[in-house]
Design a protein around this ligand. Structure first.
Ligand code: HGY
Ligand code: MN
Ligand code: MN
Ligand code: MN
Length: 413
């Protein structure tokens, strides 16, 4: 080893700028949705950078991408570190990309310092973490942890009408690299991510030691009534799904979050068919994103939501269908891994605090197959899933340094 490996901040910041240019939006954000041309472009760039450093690039059938830096003992399972490159439609330049590029920077720092390790290290890019173009979210990591990609997912359709299976095939075909089995033994998984909330910034603490991830449920709700003339149809003749949806939404906004400060309830998408100004809609579809740190409370809130929907649909003479698109139980990360990250922060001379994640992450599924640790860094005003998302360079460096230190503690460096 030639000296202790160190993060080269200017290289990492330059990489973040370079990737932010792929899918850049006019308002300074990034629109690089899962399995689009932009996603494929970012994967190709990362593959090129990896090849230039002699890292081995491979992918699996879920298009999860792996960049491997060999260890001396091939019998040892690798340390995996990474995140995702796909973004929200009006996403930021750090959500996901920070974790991938910081992980890549860790491998480069090890290579620069000629650190020879017994255990291989692999940067991973998980496919479709956001789930906003194709549900469910954290798709690639879920397939990796489960060892299979459910056939039903392949027929998932995006709002722009694309079929997941086709986009997945195009993404895998776009990178002529060896295919690895879906799911292989790993020693541990590390992920650096922005907090996407206000706590670390408010307390001026540079490192978040993530204790776990709260539970998440996504519901796809379809309310079917009867299309009718807007001008001629009196109330008693209407079976209006928009009126039904509005009654349910009013009840949800009035009760769920106001009565439980830990509950998170979001309707992010609503669509009306045929969507004509002067026709009572035939159908209304809306999505519900429900979260809570307590599994029993999450289940009971979901039950109440479904009861309210059934009652108002009955009252409005409408048909109702509810599909569960995502059902992620609350997940805790191992105490020993939390202590590892805290020790890494201390070695780096950085203050840290434990924090639960309000957002889900790929680490949630990796926790089912290996010891996992997540490191958070503060983001400005806690803003994310928004083009204004921003992380100060000093916090990028702090997070990447703790990621390097934690990786070293796991590969015997
Ligand atoms: O929705 C989430 O929690 C993640 O940021 N995709
Ligand atoms: Mn090699
Ligand atoms: Mn993310
Ligand atoms: Mn996100």
């Amino acid at each position: 080893m030639i000296g202790r490996p160190a993060i080269r901040s200017e290289r990492l910041l330059e990489r973040l700028d370079r990737f932010a240019a792929i899918g850049a939006t006019a308002r300074g954000g990034v629109n690089r949705q899962a399995l689009t041309e932009g996603d494929r472009q970012a994967r190709a760039l990362l593959t090129e950078l990896a090849g230039a450093r002699g890292f081995h690039v491979r992918q699996d059938e879920a298009a999860n991408l792996f960049l491997r830096r060999d260890g001396t003992d091939t019998a040892l399972s690798p340390l995996l570190l990474g995140s995702h490159l796909d973004t929200q439609p009006t996403g930021g330049r750090f959500d996901g990309a920070l974790g991938v590029l910081a992980a890549f920077e860790v491998l480069e720092a090890l290579e620069d310092a000629s650190v020879v390790c017994e255990r291989a290290q692999e940067v991973v890019v998980w496919t479709n973490e956001e789930g906003s173009r194709f549900a469910p979210g954290a798709m690639g990591s879920q397939a990796f942890a489960g060892g299979s990609l459910p056939a039903a997912w392949r027929d998932a359709r995006s709002p722009d009408g694309a079929r997941l299976g086709d986009e997945l095939a195009a993404t895998v075909a776009a990178l002529p690299v060896p295919i690895v089995p879906l799911g292989f033994p790993i020693a541990a998984y590390l992920e650096l991510h922005i907090e996407q909330g206000p706590v670390l910034e408010r307390e001026d603490i540079p490192v978040g030691v993530v204790t776990g991830i709260q539970g998440t449920l996504w519901l796809d709700v379809e309310i079917e009534g009867q299309a009718a003339h807007a001008g001629t149809t009196p109330l008693e003749f209407r079976r209006d799904p928009m009126r039904t949806a509005a009654a349910a939404m009013a009840a949800f906004y009035r009760t769920i979050m106001p009565s439980d400060p830990e509950a998170r309830f979001t309707i992010g998408r609503i669509a009306s068919e045929p969507g004509s100004v002067n026709a009572v809609p035939e159908r209304v579809r809306l999505t519900i994103d429900l979260r809570h740190p307590d599994a029993a409370v999450l289940a009971s809130l979901a039950g109440r939501i479904e009861d309210v929907l059934r009652d108002v649909a009955k009252e409005g003479g409408c048909q109702l269908s509810i599909r569960r698109l995502v059902d992620m139980p609350p997940t805790a990360f191992p105490e020993l891994m939390l202590e590892r990250v805290e020790a890494s922060a201390r070695r780096a001379g950085l203050r840290s605090r434990r924090i639960v994640s309000g957002a889900f992450h790929d680490a949630l599924y990796l926790a089912r197959c290996a010891p996992v640790a997540m490191i958070f860094c503060p983001c400005r005003d806690g803003i994310s899933h928004n083009e204004a998302e921003y992380v100060e360079p000093r916090h990028v460096l702090a997070g990447a340094t703790v990621l390097l230190e934690t990786a070293l503690s796991l590969i015997g460096g």
